[in-house]
Design a protein around this ligand. Structure first.
Ligand SMILES: Nc1nc2c(ncn2[C@@H]2O[C@H](COP(=O)(O)OP(=O)(O)OP(=O)(O)O)[C@@H](O)[C@H]2O)c(=O)[nH]1
Ligand SMILES: Nc1nc2c(ncn2[C@@H]2O[C@H](COP(=O)(O)OP(=O)(O)OP(=O)(O)O)[C@@H](O)[C@H]2O)c(=O)[nH]1
Ligand SMILES: [Mg+2]
Ligand SMILES: [Mg+2]
Lengths: 290, 286
């Protein structure tokens, strides 16, 4: 469902016989503005418009009866293509427990999302546990413990550093026959070499099956740098886009998928522990187009 | 409408557009600024990119120079409203750094010898009380809090009364994160604002909107909505120690005229600085 507003960009392209390469270019300039206002990365937008341009001014479109509709369709489909497949599942370990690390910048929603993931998997009858590996933020462990007790799952906190807490949690989860252990980590800047190394060590020591990057839906142009650094230094398996219950268009997700090549697995849609949903690329594309 | 300045080459315009948009200045504000630039540059070598950047720097500074009041809780204009306590209310969407920032400001006042009181008015989020309590204890700051789930307006009221009784200089109030699109949460913060205004003179109130420098266009929507609902008197821009430039405050100052007063440059209690437009603009352009 593409908004009226977006479709209006192409109203002049709807009259057959009046289409020129120039007015397609003008319409695509409008699309560029729409995407930039939705916080899609500048370079990604330029490349995207370039690709669309080739397809749009191709002979088939110019001759078709509904050229405007055709261009909209191309834009929408190309955007969906950039967002990857829908409803991607978590890689489950062959021998339990499956270890999931939740990582990302400060304040993105990792702790809340870790608890949401527990609720999501518990509903599917998996036995879950949480690991409180954020030893820096005041009351971070307490925050996870409060959420863990709301969900009636254990929260492992033993260890004198983050990596030890993570490895101890995996050992305990295995001993207790938990299917999944979700590790909440401290927020950290992608440029903080020491803290990024901590994640690399943690991933190696726990043999984590899934490293999920939590990204705030309101993130702007910086999304490219964040995603690139997390992917190059740590390696991620998927993305969770949070705070989608607001009015952020969420174009940062395009940058993240384009740069990492990894799919968005879930979206966070509110502060409650039920507010985790599967990701649907077509819905996201419509939202970005405004 | 053609200006009197030279029209710049397409390649140069693209370069300037990329520079500003990737700094999150926002696409419409970028267009406006570049148009102003073309209308204002005279006697400039169209091929001298450094000279053009310098002119762009001036154009950006023009936006900031419209707002000269960048002091938190500025000095009183007259003596009649000199009562205590003065109050700072930290508001903003989820996760931007309100709790950390209000603690930084409180610590700063304390080191200046002021008597301050922190009020833990986030009664909603898990371990919010515990988080601010640890920050308060570390910095030796007095704290008023209530139980989890209490009415935040009544915790705020208790804090104001306590501060009046004990003759505090400044009350600093932390609030729960809230998306500006949530009507009931905006009503809650409006109610808290009314409680403050019933008890404290407006010249003694700072409504500080906390904005995350990694935010894109949504920051402008946040500022617009919080401003319409409450009237923000200032902005603190957090997480500038990352790679984000925080350019959306250019749009906010240009369209809403809310001055950026402080910046957060890290997670430590001292990681706070006054906002300096010249430094901020240089960081975007060079
Ligand atoms: N509205 C909304 N709020 C959310 C969502 N996810 C998280 N939050 C809120 O965002 C704020 C930050 O969430 P946290 O889980 O503490 O974020 P974090 O990434 O663990 O933060 P750090 O550990 O400090 O890096 C809290 O107020 C959460 O309630 C969401 O999907 N929607
Ligand atoms: N790098 C960096 N991190 C910051 C800065 N300010 C806050 N943070 C971090 O951002 C995260 C969120 O900070 P909080 O103070 O809990 O944010 P909040 O707005 O109170 O969050 P909610 O109350 O959940 O809405 C924490 O991990 C902080 O340490 C800053 O200037 N730089
Ligand atoms: Mg956390
Ligand atoms: Mg807080």
């Amino acid at each position: 469902v593409i908004s009226e507003k977006f479709q209006n960009i192409f109203r002049n392209l709807k009259k057959p016989g009046r289409l020129t390469e120039d007015n397609i270019k003008a319409a695509l300039r409008e699309v560029q503005l729409v995407l930039l206002e939705a916080d899609v990365n500048y370079k990604v937008v330029k490349e995207f418009i370039g690709n669309i341009s080739e397809k749009a001014v191709g002979q088939q479109v110019l001759k078709s009866l509904q050229p405007g509709q055709q261009v909209i369709k191309v834009v929408h489909e190309e955007l969906i293509g950039l967002l990857g497949k829908s409803a991607c599942s978590i890689n489950m370990a062959e021998a339990q427990p499956t270890v999931i690390m939740v990582v990302g910048l400060q304040g993105g929603g990792k702790t809340t999302t870790s608890a949401k993931l527990v609720k999501y998997f518990t509903k599917q009858n998996y036995q879950c546990s949480l690991a409180a590996a954020d030893i820096y933020r005041p009351a971070a462990v307490k925050q996870l413990e409060v959420l863990g007790s709301q969900l009636n799952v254990p929260v492992f906190t033993e260890g004198n550093n983050a990596v030890k807490i993570a490895t101890n949690s995996v050992k305990l989860a295995s001993r207790d026959s938990k299917d999944i252990v979700i590790i909440d980590t401290a927020g950290r800047l992608h440029i903080d070499q020491t803290l990024m190394k901590e994640l690399v060590d943690m991933k190696k020591a726990t043999k984590a099956q899934e490293v999920l990057l939590v990204v705030d839906a309101m993130t702007g142009q910086d999304a490219v740098k964040i995603a690139r650094e997390y992917q190059d230094v740590l390696g991620i398996d998927g993305v969770i886009l949070t705070k989608m219950d607001g009015d952020a268009r969420g174009g940062a997700v395009i940058s993240v998928c384009a740069v990492t090549g990894k799919p968005v697995k879930f979206i966070g849609n509110g502060e409650k522990l039920d507010n985790l949903e599967l990701f649907y690329p077509d819905r996201m594309a419509s939202r970005i187009l405004g | 409408v053609f200006g009197t300045g030279p029209r710049l080459e397409y390649e140069i315009l693209e370069k300037l557009e990329e520079l500003l948009v990737t700094a999150d200045v926002g696409v419409r504000t970028t267009q406006k600024i570049i148009n102003n630039l073309e209308n204002s540059i005279h006697n400039i070598d169209k091929n001298d990119f450094q000279a053009i950047l310098h002119a762009l720097e001036r154009e950006l500074l023009n936006v900031f120079e419209r707002n000269n009041q960048r002091e938190i809780l500025p000095q009183h204009q007259s003596t009649e409203c000199k009562g205590t306590p003065r109050i700072i209310l930290a508001i903003g969407v989820n996760g931007v750094g309100k709790t950390t920032s209000i603690a930084k400001i409180a610590h700063r006042y304390k080191t200046q010898g002021k008597d301050i009181l922190l009020v833990a008015a986030d009664t909603f989020r898990a371990a919010a009380n515990e988080q601010i309590e640890i920050l308060a204890n570390r910095a030796n700051l007095e704290l008023v809090k209530s139980q989890y789930g209490a009415d935040p307006a009544s915790v705020l009221y208790d804090g104001i009364i306590s501060a009046e009784k004990t003759k505090k200089d400044v009350v600093l109030v932390d609030t729960a994160g809230r998306l500006h699109t949530k009507v009931n949460l905006m009503e809650e913060i409006k109610k808290m604002n009314r409680v403050i205004r019933k008890n404290i003179h407006s010249s003694n109130i700072e409504v500080l909107l906390i904005i995350d420098s990694t935010a894109g266009h949504n920051a402008v929507y946040q500022a617009r909505s919080f401003s319409e609902n409450l009237g923000a008197t200032g902005i603190m821009l957090t997480k500038l120690d990352g790679t984000a430039k925080g350019g959306m405050v250019v749009a906010i100052e240009d369209e809403l005229e809310i001055p950026v007063k402080l910046v957060g440059i890290g997670e430590g209690i001292d990681d706070i600085e006054d906002f300096v437009p010249a430094d901020f603009v240089k960081a975007i352009l060079y």
